[in-house]
Design a protein around this ligand. Sequence first.
Ligand SMILES: Cc1cc2nc3c(=O)[nH]c(=O)nc-3n(C[C@H](O)[C@H](O)[C@H](O)COP(=O)(O)OP(=O)(O)OC[C@H]3O[C@@H](n4cnc5c(N)ncnc54)[C@H](O)[C@@H]3O)c2cc1C
Length: 455
Amino acid sequence: MSVSAREPRRVAIVGAGPAGVYAADLLLRAERPFEVQIDLFERLPAPYGLVRYGVAPDHPHIKHIVNALRTTLDASGVRLFGNVEFGAQIGLEDLRAHYDAVIFATGALDDASLHVPGENLSGSFGASAFVGWYDGHPDFPLEWPLDATDVAVIGNGNVALDITRMLVRSVQDLAGTDIPENVEQDLGRSRVSDVHVFGRRGPGFAKFSPLETRELGQIPGVDVLLDPEDFVPDPDSDAAFEANNQRKVLRRIFTEWLGRTPTGASRRVHLHFRWRPAEILGDGRVTGLRVERTAVDDRGALVGTGEFREFPVGQVYRAVGYTGSPLSGVPFDADRGVIPNSEGRVLGADGSPIPGEYVTGWIRRGPVGLIGSTKSDALQTITHLVEDLGAGRGWTPRDGGAGAVPALLSERKIEYTTLEGWHRLDAYEHELGAAQGRDRIKVVSREEMVRHSRG
Ligand SMILES: Cc1cc2nc3c(=O)[nH]c(=O)nc-3n(C[C@H](O)[C@H](O)[C@H](O)COP(=O)(O)OP(=O)(O)OC[C@H]3O[C@@H](n4cnc5c(N)ncnc54)[C@H](O)[C@@H]3O)c2cc1C
């Protein structure tokens, strides 16, 4: 049968985070000269990626995006194959055998490195592990040792703020959220009293959003302290404050905080600017952080001044960015941590598009941008995919029947979960929550998730 006569086209999407779900939705709604059936492969038993496993539990209004994604999935007729990892249980050759095209939407979940000595000491953590723990990600440990009083958070973006809030909020303050029981217990035992947050540039360059910055200053039982020395006149930082309205708001917030008198609260957040980490200190485990004062040289480059300071912290959290991981058989740009592409078409080593392979979301353009921006990304990718498949530029599957993939997964004895299964698990989590007057309590163990999903 010729490619153009065969109906419908079958498209696999790898990754059921917002990018994957939006891509499915846009493909179904696109004007196209062919029918389409979509299968979504997700390595976790539950969909929604970082909306479920990244957004902080004390931001329920953003977590509620899950409801919109659910509506999208339910209405779409898309099949979900959860608990199936591309590169482990299913590979590119399998997809080529059963689909006309694939869209990779696997996100960017690895922590970028600080490149300083001591990064591998016990007590030095990447943001993704801590976020994974408090958000109940099944691949992270159930217990978190909040046994240090003083801790450092490196980074000046919203993830650094999320981590800081989660370290200083009282567990009572989180009572209405979806945090799993193990997280609630460890937070209840936390000894953390002082969180030191470090940004390597001046305060004008902080990438905190105004809303989340203001929120930090409103946490009950927490003082936010700034060091006036970090706010000495600095032409670069001062000019950066003028760059846009968000930064102007940040300056107002910082100015207000500089004028505050500490209330004597039992927990404190210290925001430090113009200090960059030089070494994480310790012998086996973290005992301190050595930082160097920075300045901007004549050419506008950030340089060390040779002035060092040590903070006696027992833990260090790195929140300096995420990066993507390579997928087996798929081109990868290791410098940028993305799949090389031109507007969503995957590019081969010779720089030309590989037929049938597409990419969207954070694995396409790197770990920047909010959930909403994955939608505009997906639109561009889908436009090209429709154009290409419409012109017969895709794969020619050996067996494009609807039953082929479930049969393959069963033959490999993979305990995959489905959309119906996710509804069962979702309902169970809401039941657990209702018993304690909460919206949901997450099930954390992968086995338990699979068990509830598979009924
Ligand atoms: C800590 C943190 C907090 C954030 N908070 C906010 C916020 O408050 N508001 C906001 O708008 N944005 C927030 N963001 C940004 C937002 O999460 C991203 O914009 C968005 O999740 C990116 O979507 P994605 O689908 O590309 O990646 P992801 O959400 O990471 O989804 C990728 C999916 O692919 C799956 N996957 C990965 N590898 C494989 C594989 N080999 N096989 C099968 N499946 C695979 C993953 O399990 C995951 O489900 C936050 C990000 C982080 C890191």
